[in-house]
Every structure is written in C-alpha cells, then in structure tokens.
Design a protein around this ligand. Structure first.
Ligand code: NDP
Length: 461
C-alpha cells in the first residue's frame, strides 16, 4: 500500500478548512493544512469579523443621536479612523492567533505557503521546494472579490478587501452593487459620516430577498443619508486631481474620493492545479461537487465558497463537519441547505429565514397567508426619527406552517437566529401564537401578528 505523508491535506485555513482539519486530527488522523495568507480566512481576516467591527463602530453615530433624545449630550464627539483601524487589526491578529493555536492543539501541521496540486495525491508548496503527499485532499480556498474589467478606469476602484485598510476615511464614497457587501459597506461609511452613494443596476437592492424587505430597506437606508441610485451602472471612472469621477449610464457624473465595487465574489481556483488532479469546475467556475462535497477526483473533496453553493461562514463550517463525518467516520452526511437563516448587517440590519413571499407562492399549492407589520421601535420614541421596523411572516395556507420570516430593524440578526429554530422545525402559525410574548420588545410582534394581509409583493424575487 502507498504510504502518504498525511491522511488528509487541507488547502485553505478559513472557517471550513480549519473545522474539517481539526475534527479529523482530533479523530486520530495525520493532518496538514496550508494557508498562503493569514489563518482564519475571509471570515476572520477580511470578511464577517472585521466588517462587524466596522458596523459596530459606525452604529455609534446613530446611538449618539438616540442618546441625545434621551437627554445626553456629547459635545465634540469625534471618530478617529486610525484608532479604530489599529484596535481592529489587533483583535483580528488575536483571533487569527487563536485559530492557529487551536490547529496546533488538535495536532494539525500548519504549512505557511501556497499549495498547488501536482496530481491527485501531491501538493507542492510554491517557492519552498516542498512536496507533500496525502491520501485525501480537501480544497477550501474560498472566494475573491470580482470587478467588471469592462468598465474603463476600473483599476481606480477598490473592493471590500481594501476597504478594511483605507489609509484615511474618505469624505465621499460611491459603492457599486446591490448585494450583501454593497449595502453593508454603504451603511458603514454613511454612519461614519462619509457622503455615501450606492448605485445598483437592478430595480431594487438585495435581489433574491423578500420584496417587502428590499423596498423597506431601500427606504430606511435613504433615511440614514445614503443616496441610492437604482437601474444604473458605470460607463467609466475617471481620475482627476480632485478625486474620481463616476460617469453613469444615466448621464450623471459623480465625483468621490473612493469608488468601491461590491459586484460579487468568485471561487478562488486560480492556478490551483485542479486539472492535474482531475478536479473539474462547473459552468460558473466553481468546483463541481456532489452532495457529499466530493469533487470529480475520487480522493478530493471541496467545501465552502470555492464550491459556490451557499456562501456563508456557518455553512462552510457545516460542510466541513459533514465532510469529516462522511469520509472519516463512515457516517455519510450532507448539509441541509433548507431554511438557513442569514443576516445583512446593513443599518438597519436584515434578518431572514426560509422562503420569500414570492418563493412561497410558487412552492405552496394551496396558497400562502402573509402577515406584515411596520412600526416605530420604542427606542426611537424620543428622537423624532421616522425609522420603521418591518416584520413579515409567510405561512403555507394548507399546513399553516410558517415557511418564511423576514425582519428589517435593530437586532434583527439576533432575532432571526431564534426564529430560525421555529421555521426549521416546521412550527405552525398557531404554535408561534401560542408562545407568550416578551414585553415590551420588538420581537413580541412575531407572536402577536393577527391580521392576514393581502399580497403586497408579487414581483419576481
Ligand atoms: P452578491 O452576489 O450578494 O451581490 C453582488 C451584486 O453585484 C449584485 O447586486 C449584482 O447585481 C451586482 N453585480 C454583479 N455583476 C455586476 C456588474 N457587472 N455590474 C454591476 N453590478 C453587478 O455579492 P457580494 O459581493 O455582496 O457578496 C458575496 C457573497 O458573500 C454574498 O452573496 C454572500 O453569500 C456572502 N456575504 C455574506 C454576508 C453576510 O452573511 N452578512 C456579508 C457579505 C458577504 P444583480 O443582483 O443584478 O446580479
């Protein structure tokens, strides 16, 4: 029998790769993991975690406005971008260190360098003259931001990766895109006092989300001072002595200091040596896998964003666990992508789980019951703010199961985690209603919604 250096070699030390490597090493196997940048991957180093710190820093300005309504005053309150950046970077370094330490404690060998497949069992560590063999290989290299090269001047635009390290806070920013990253960063910069414009090519932001959520959020972020331009794209970006001029299809020319493109992410498969190992890509350029995350090569699996299934950190982690159970514990498991809750950390944020109204109308043959409420949160009572919360339940009319829950408003990411348990469990509207309210909270509205609403969002989701 062939002797390999390792039982498992993992390429990419992000959320999914690290979880799979640790579990497998703790199970007694010989495991190595390669990372070309910093341990922790997109989530920890240039995604969810630093983004959430930026959101929290940014939200303070709104909290101060609310506080003034309650009688507080903060004359001369100021935000220092360099102080924030330094504190954030210290914390990210600490978290990355914990990830690396945990790998060590589990007995995983950490290889600093870029691993490239030479064949189905061999990787080369670029520039290190090192070749490593493994019986099984797991690819967890994640994704990379993508910008449309067709826009003249696109080289002047940054992506989210640079947004985490801007040398100074711009006075004016324009963000292109209408997905998670675009709306999250628009909120961050607007909250930090940056004059912010969001431009999106479609009819409304957050395509794929419930239409009421999309309309509500677009209105709320405008109340927070973000200028939203819909149905429009760049024709070019021009660098001048005073800034960057965004030339748009509608004839507008908007000058800003920074232009950020948040136009999606693509699987990071470049120069990985996939062909040499017999690993095929699908039509969208992601690694082709079956439901057990196995690639077209018999001993190679892939998880997380590189497979472009559901690009969320907790999903990559679950895919890593399922891989470990299937491959090393003889317990075939595949992740269940139904009713995965997700949050958009816009300001206000969005929490959502299950089907949109549009999806439910297609899926539920007996029709759907829709319950919607919009109200001003108690917290804003003294501020004169006209911000509103949206809560929406989508119910399968026949079974009366709540198949979708959508919230726009403060703390909605926290609420949706718990609502997701009920949606995932398939509880009925009557069971939600039998749950006694917690008063006075916003979340109590979820168990006190009585009036069915005539359908409001029939447009394609
Ligand atoms: P998304 O896929 O969410 O959004 C990309 C946006 O860019 C869409 O609005 C899309 O428009 C637009 N777009 C695409 N191509 C072009 C183009 N050529 N010109 C103009 N606009 C274009 O990607 P993100 O980059 O926002 O995020 C990537 C993924 O990362 C998310 O899908 C999500 O899975 C994950 N993520 C999750 C977060 C969370 O959980 N909170 C936070 C951040 C990221 P259209 O809709 O018309 O296609």
């Amino acid at each position: 029998m062939t002797q390999y250096d390792y039982d498992l070699f993992v390429i990419g030390a992000g959320s999914g790769g690290v979880r799979a490597a640790r579990l497998t090493a703790l199970g007694g196997k010989k495991v190595a993991i390669a990372e070309e940048y910093r341990v922790g991957g997109t989530c920890v180093i240039r995604g969810c975690v630093p983004k959430k710190f930026m959101v929290m820093a940014s939200e303070v300005s709104h909290a101060l406005e609310i506080a003034e309504g309650y009688g507080w005053s903060f004359e001369g309150a100021k935000f220092a971008w360099p102080t924030f950046l330094q504190a954030k970077d210290v914390e990210i370094a600490r978290l990355s260190g914990i990830y690396a330490a945990n790998l060590g404690k589990a007995g995983v060998d950490l290889v600093h360098g870029r691993a490239v497949l030479k064949d189905a069992h061999t990787v080369e560590i670029v520039g290190k003259n090192q070749t490593i063999t493994a019986e099984k290989i797991l690819i967890a290299t994640g994704g990379r931001p993508w910008k449309p090269d067709s826009v003249p001047g696109i080289e002047h635009a940054i992506t989210s990766e640079e947004a985490f390290h801007l040398p100074e806070l711009p006075k004016r920013i324009l963000i292109a895109g209408g997905g998670y990253i675009a709306v999250e960063f628009a909120g961050i910069f607007a909250g930090l006092g940056v004059e912010t414009t969001l431009i999106y090519r479609g009819p409304n932001i957050l395509r794929g989300f419930d239409d009421d959520v999309r309309a509500h959020l677009a209105g709320e972020i405008e109340k927070r001072g973000i200028k939203v331009i819909l149905g429009c794209q760049h024709t070019s970006i021009e660098k001048t002595e005073t800034g960057l001029i965004n030339h748009l299809e509608n004839g507008m020319a908007i000058e800003t200091d920074v232009v950020m493109f948040a136009t999606g992410r693509v699987p990071y498969v470049q120069d990985l040596g996939l062909e040499a190992a017999g690993v095929e890509l699908n039509d969208d350029g992601a690694i082709k896998v079956n439901r057990f995350s196995k690639t077209t090569a018999d001993n190679i699996w892939a998880i997380g964003d590189v497979t472009d299934r559901m690009n969320l950190t907790p999903v990559a982690i679950r895919e890593g666990v399922a891989f470990h159970e299937t491959v090393f514990k003889d317990n075939p498991q595949s992740f269940d992508y139904e009713a995965v809750a997700t949050a958009v950390f816009s300001q206000p944020p969005v929490g959502t789980v299950g089907l949109t109204e549009h999806e439910a109308r297609q899926a539920c043959s007996g029709g759907v019951d829709v319950y919607v409420t919009r109200f001003r949160p108690m917290k804003y009572a003294f501020t004169g703010s006209d911000e509103r919360v949206l809560m929406k339940l989508v119910v399968d009319a026949d079974s009366q199961r709540v198949v979708g829950c959508h919230i726009v408003g403060p703390d909605s990411p926290e609420m949706i985690q718990l609502a997701a348990i009920a949606v995932k469990a398939g509880l009925t509207k009557a069971q939600w209603d039998a749950t006694c309210a917690v008063h006075p909270t916003m979340a109590e509205e979820l168990v006190t919604l009585k009036e069915k609403q005539a359908p409001t969002s029939m447009a394609a989701g």
